[in-house]
Design a protein. Structure first.
Length: 321
């Protein structure tokens, strides 16, 4: 399918695109694979990361529907809420964030930035996501009663509209490949709320790309997460009257650790390796775990002499929490 065929969907241009793609020379030499990195930590807007691509579409949709306020939920250190706060304010929308977890005495990391971006923050002091959504519904009802035109941004931006950002990214990667005269056999990345992986999978289906996309789960066991990613991929593919094959979705939960956000020794080692060998910063929650999988696969010989793309999804502000 021609990549122009889906560009009828409204889209903003907040992200600084295309992002760089380059070889990780020392890591490649150390581990016996040709490893490249797609630098979506450098999307620029609001401290960057993969969420900017999703919000290019989501905020455009909000504006097209006449919204004057956006509402979303997340943890105190949500990357998505950080970018949503920046994107909403830049586009003259009131931003309401309902943040789970105990309110800290002093904001750091993402929480510091959402204050800087001027979001209206409601601390919920619980990790119960169902409660977050219920609180968001209650707030939305109140705001509508006051005459506001609200737009609910889904958790992590993981709905078909947001997923389009990573359909875009997949085409961008193929353009990178043409420029570098290279063809990857595997794309590996951190998969949290599923939107990034779903977009890549739809891009693969649109282009019949023969490689393998591996999502390293950082939040859910694969048995629970894989059906979610499949359904989200298919819902997005429905926009193009396309079917997704379930056997094209690969999720590895071996590097998750105890739970979402829990540090692992392997991730901490991967963070040190990327920093010391390539000058690239990763985080403990997302990219560190994906990088630990990349390194472990190389050590096991699974990627020997293969061309691998590591998609850096950002989130390294976690280093400053």
């Amino acid at each position: 399918m021609d990549k122009q065929a889906y560009r009828t969907f409204p889209k903003l241009a907040m992200s600084c695109l295309p992002t760089p793609l380059h070889k990780l020379q020392k890591i490649s030499n150390t581990y016996g694979a040709e490893v490249y990195c797609k630098r979506d930590d450098l999307t620029g807007f609001g401290f960057g990361g993969n969420k900017t691509r999703k919000l290019d579409y989501l905020i455009a949709d909000a504006k097209a529907k006449g919204a004057d306020a956006i509402i979303t939920v997340g943890s105190n250190q949500s990357n998505f809420c950080r970018i949503a706060a920046a994107a909403g304010k830049v586009n003259d929308l009131d931003v309401y964030l309902l943040l789970g977890g105990k309110e800290p005495k002093k904001p750091t990391g993402n929480l510091l930035l959402v204050h800087l971006f001027g979001a209206k923050i409601h601390h919920l002091n619980t990790d119960d996501r169902d409660y977050w959504e219920q609180a968001a519904e209650k707030l939305e009802k109140k705001l509508k009663g006051e005459g506001k035109k609200t737009y609910r941004l889904p958790f992590g931006g993981s709905v078909p509209t947001g997923v389009l950002g990573y359909v875009d990214a997949f085409f961008e990667i193929l353009e990178d490949c043409k420029k570098l005269n290279i063809s990857f056999e595997v794309i590996i990345h951190a998969s949290g709320s599923g939107g990034t992986q779903a977009g890549l999978v739809v891009g693969q289906a649109l282009t019949d790309w023969p490689g393998k996309i591996i999502g390293i789960s950082v939040a859910e066991p694969a048995v629970k997460f894989l059906p979610f990613v499949y359904n989200l991929s298919q819902q997005t593919a429905d926009l193009f009257k396309l079917s997704i094959k379930k056997d094209k979705i690969f999720i590895d939960d071996s590097y998750l650790g105890e739970k979402y956000g829990a540090k692992t020794e392997a991730a901490e080692q991967a963070i040190e390796i990327f920093a010391g060998q390539e000058g690239i910063l990763l985080d403990s929650v997302y990219t560190g775990k994906a990088a630990s999988a990349l390194i472990n696969y190389c050590q096991q010989g699974k990627f020997k002499n293969k061309k691998i793309l590591f998609l850096h999804t950002g989130g390294n502000i976690e280093l400053f929490e």
